[in-house]
Structure formats: C-alpha cells, structure tokens
Design a protein around this ligand. Structure first.
Ligand code: NAD
Ligand code: UFG
Length: 334
C-alpha cells in the first residue's frame, strides 16, 4: 500500500513516516518545505534503513499533486500552517494554506479516484470547555482563525462524505504533541522563538534562552498555571497507522488523540528539569491572550474504535525531547 503524506517533512509528518516505513508501507512525501527541511527525511531513512520518495511541491499545485497521487492508495494530510498567534495576524494566509489547499487536495483526490484520507485536526476545535474531558461530542466552536480553518475543513470533509459515502475519512483531533523520536535524530524544529511550551523549555535547558515565561499563575487549576494533555509524538504517529487500518470501512469519523491526562505548566517544567538534570529558571508573566485555563481529552473512543492508546508518559516525552535538543542544539541547521 502506498501512502501520500503531505507535510511529511514536518514535525508530526516525519515521525509518522518512520512508523509507516517500519510497518512496510511505501511512502511518498509531498512537501513544499515552507516549515521544514529535506534533512528530516534523510534522517527518517537513516532511522528506518528504508527509502521513501520525496516530491517538493505545494498542495495548491493540483497538476503536480495529481501526477504524484498516481499509484497512491491513501493520503495523510499534515501540510498546513499551525501557529495560533500568526493566524490572528494573517487570517487570509491561513484560510489559503489550510482551507483552500485542502480543497485542492480533495479535488485532486476525487479526480484520481483516491478516497481514503486522514486529516490532522486539533483539539482547538472544541474552544472553551463546556465540560471536561473533551469527548468527540463536545460542541465545536473555536476561538481563533487557525482553529476556524480546522473547523471549516472538518465540515467540508463531512459534507463530502454525505455527498459520496464511498469516501473513508478519519479526522484526528490532536491534543498537545511533544517529544521526539528515541534516536534523537528527528524532533520539533521551530523557526525563531518557539510559541509552544515544551520547545521553549528545551531551548532554555540548552542555554539558548534565559528563562521560561509562564503565562499566568492565576487560573482555576491545581497550581494556577495552564493545564494541557501532552502526548508523545511517537504515540501520535502510531495513531495514524491505526487510523489507516480503519480506513477499510467507508465513513467519516472524528477521533481524539490524547492521553486523557492533564499536566500544568509547572508540572512540565519540573519533569523537564528531572530529564535534563538542571534547574529550569522560570518567571511568572501575565496570561497569554486567548489561552484556555485547562483542557484534556477523553481518549476512550480512540481505544474503542482504533484500538489505540498512548503508551508514553510525561517523563519519557521530556527525556526524548531533551535527547533531540542535545544532539541538535540548533535544530536541523547543522
Ligand atoms: P509542521 O509545520 O512541522 O509540518 C507541516 C509541514 O507541511 C511542513 O513540512 C511544511 O513545510 C508543509 N507545508 C505547509 N504548507 C504546505 C503546502 N501548502 N504545500 C506543501 N507542504 C506544505 O507542523 P506539524 O506540527 O507537523 O503539524 C502537522 C499538522 O498537524 C498540521 O496540519 C497542524 O495544524 C496539525 N496539528 C499540529 C499540532 C501541534 O501542536 N504540532 C496540534 C494539532 C494539530
Ligand atoms: N505556555 C507558557 N509559556 C510559553 C508557552 C506556553 O506558559 O512560553 C503555556 C500556555 O499558556 C498553555 C500551555 O503552556 O497554558 C501550553 O501552551 P502551548 O502553546 O504549548 O500549547 P496550546 O495548548 O496553547 O496550543 C497547542 C497548539 C495549537 C493547538 C492546541 C490544541 O499550539 O495549535 O495545542 O491542540 F490548537
């Protein structure tokens, strides 16, 4: 079986390619390298001792995409833009690269008669919690343009499936992916100042930044700092393999991929400190605009439907993240 992986050179895509190759799939990565480098794919091949094909292309380039889709059986669609803050500044760019690009992909897949798709959605589609943990039945109403693009795409996929029930679509709603491959060869490689907590902590630990800014300690949570459901990226990648198996049945289903456990910002700082053997300096700042106090998943539907559950705990997430950071102090640059 050949899987086309859009955005396969990125953080989650590269880890998923490792799992796909190890499981014996043929992999074609389609990426424009706007937020990644071909180096990650070299390392995927190094880890697995297997080859994948790479096409440098934009998802909006339908001619090239259709040519690349020839001979593929399914698509995992990671490509897109993902920074919440940037989406507030540049909403049209986000609708272009997320909604319009996905529309192009769906049109090309339909033309090529390929109807199996896994789509990267996000817990951000749930917005402010009405109840916790978030089940898939929680109302959908997001609070930022990035989340809105995910919601529009989800709706587009549900509409498509109603119009043609032979499509088989898994919408995976990721909670907070962190960590890196155990080899230390691939991991998250943020450009500029990291927006997300764990890569920021890792850069403080390695000495690239002075101290972690904790955005708010006055939330109604156990220690006042924000609580999230952090998930090891290798667990997340393995969830995609389980979802691929499920694509044998035509349907359009949304599934949470999380651990079901919530950890506070201070929990993460302490766990990382343990993993790297150093104190992590931090300072309390005001809340970050738009942040939610606390959210975590109910992962039981993923278990029931896909037979998937996360295996790795927060300590392992930090250990693997730290190994990647030590082996690649400047990311993939060197
Ligand atoms: P990433 O930026 O590391 O990877 C995305 C990849 O897509 C990059 O390699 C980039 O070069 C490529 N790309 C972007 N636009 C493209 C286009 N028009 N054509 C071709 N390639 C393009 O991001 P990631 O963290 O691996 O996230 C993957 C997906 O998961 C995204 O859709 C993101 O919204 C979603 N997601 C991520 C998180 C997270 O915290 N990382 C959480 C929830 C959902
Ligand atoms: N935080 C800090 N300091 C930082 C960065 C973050 O204190 O430097 C705090 C935040 O306030 C929050 C927690 O750490 O309480 C996690 O923040 P992240 O930015 O790491 O993650 P978010 O939950 O805000 O957002 C992430 C992705 C979104 C996605 C969402 C749900 O960035 O794209 O998870 O999946 F939508």
């Amino acid at each position: 079986m050949t899987v086309l992986v859009t955005g396969g050179a990125g953080y989650i895509g590269s880890h998923t390619c490792v799992e796909l190759l190890n499981a014996g799939f043929d992999v074609v990565v389609y990426d424009n390298f706007s937020n990644s480098t071909p180096e990650s794919l070299k390392r995927v091949m190094q880890i697995t001792s297997k080859k994948l094909s790479t096409v440098c292309g934009d998802v909006r380039d339908k001619a090239l995409l259709e040519k690349t889709l020839e001979g593929c059986d399914a698509v995992i669609h990671f490509a897109g833009s993902k920074a919440v803050g940037e989406s507030v500044e540049k909403p049209l760019e986000y609708y272009e690269n997320n909604v319009y690009a996905t529309l192009c992909l769906l049109q090309s897949m339909r033309r090529m008669n390929i109807k199996k798709l896994i789509f990267s959605s996000s817990a951000t589609v749930y917005g402010n919690p009405e109840f916790l943990p978030f089940t898939e039945a929680h109302p959908l109403r997001t609070t930022n343009p990035y989340g809105q693009t995910k919601l529009v795409i989800e709706e587009m996929l549900r509409n498509l499936h109603v119009s043609d029930p032979t499509w088989s679509i898994a919408i995976l709603r990721y909670f907070n992916p962190v960590g890196a491959h155990e080899s230390g060869l691939i991991g998250e490689n943020p450009q500029g100042i990291p927006n997300n907590l764990m890569p920021y902590i890792a850069q403080v630990a390695i000495g690239r930044r002075q101290c972690v800014n904790v955005f708010g300690n006055d939330y109604p949570t156990k220690d006042g700092t924000g609580v999230r459901d952090y998930l090891h990226v290798v667990d997340l990648a393995s969830g995609h393999l389980k979802a691929l198996a499920f694509l044998d049945r035509p349907q359009c289903t949304a599934v949470n991929l999380g651990t079901g456990k919530g950890y506070s910002v201070l929990d993460v700082i302490h766990a990382f400190s343990k993993a790297c053997g150093k104190e992590i300096p931090y300072a309390i700042l005001p809340r970050r605009a738009g942040d939610i106090a606390e959210f975590y998943s109910d992962p039981s539907f993923a278990k029931e439907l896909l037979g998937w559950a996360a295996k790795y705990d927060l300590d392992k997430m930090c250990e693997d993240m730290w190994r990647f950071q030590c082996q690649n102090p400047k990311g993939y640059e060197e």
